[in-house]
Design a protein around this ligand. Structure first.
Ligand SMILES: Nc1ncnc2c1ncn2[C@@H]1O[C@H](COP(=O)(O)OP(=O)(O)OP(=O)(O)O)[C@@H](O)[C@H]1O
Ligand SMILES: [Mg+2]
Length: 144
């Protein structure tokens, strides 16, 4: 596992960080995105999608479990917030998405701990209000 931490001090810095990060992605990459409400998960997902030339609007996938976008590669943006039992993943075709070669961005990966692929990149976005409203610590952990 390799780990690195980047501090950002604005929304646009987090967006740019995600754009640069996305250049390292390959077909089938799985990115787990964690962080509290308003941490910047959607900002980060937008940066990834922008780098992949997705032109559609990226929202928080709150009302659907998965949003699909088309760019240089296909992007599947999952919100596992409402998953209570990992068996529910069968119904949404989770394994097929993982095997499809598209980029999978998974929010609330904590809820599907036993179903995450071994090879994945975990990104946690943390705010520290003692430092400032717009400061975020972005921690990347790569599992191979
Ligand atoms: N350094 C920063 N990086 C990212 N966003 C920042 C930063 N500083 C301030 N912000 C603000 O924080 C908010 C992040 O919102 P975003 O929708 O990305 O959060 P989220 O993690 O997706 O939340 P939710 O779980 O509610 O969907 C935006 O309003 C953005 O302008
Ligand atoms: Mg969001």
């Amino acid at each position: 596992m390799t780990e690195r931490t980047v501090i950002t001090t604005s929304e646009s810095e987090t967006f740019e960080l995600a754009v640069n990060f996305a250049k390292t992605l390959e077909a089938g990459s799985v990115i787990c995105l964690s962080g509290d409400l308003g941490a910047g998960k959607t900002v980060f997902a937008k940066g990834i999608c922008s780098a992949l030339d997705v032109t559609e609007y990226i929202s928080s996938p709150t009302f659907t479990i998965v949003n699909e976008y088309e760019g240089k590669m296909r992007v599947f943006h999952f919100d596992m917030y409402r998953i209570e039992d990992e068996d529910e993943l069968i119904e949404i075709g989770y394994d097929e998405y993982l095997a499809s070669g598209g980029i999978c961005i998974i929010e609330w990966p904590e809820n599907i701990k036993n179903s995450l692929p071994k090879k994945r990149i975990e990104i946690s976005i943390l705010r520290d209000l003692s430092v400032g409203d717009d400061v975020r610590k972005v921690i990347f952990k790569e599992f191979k």
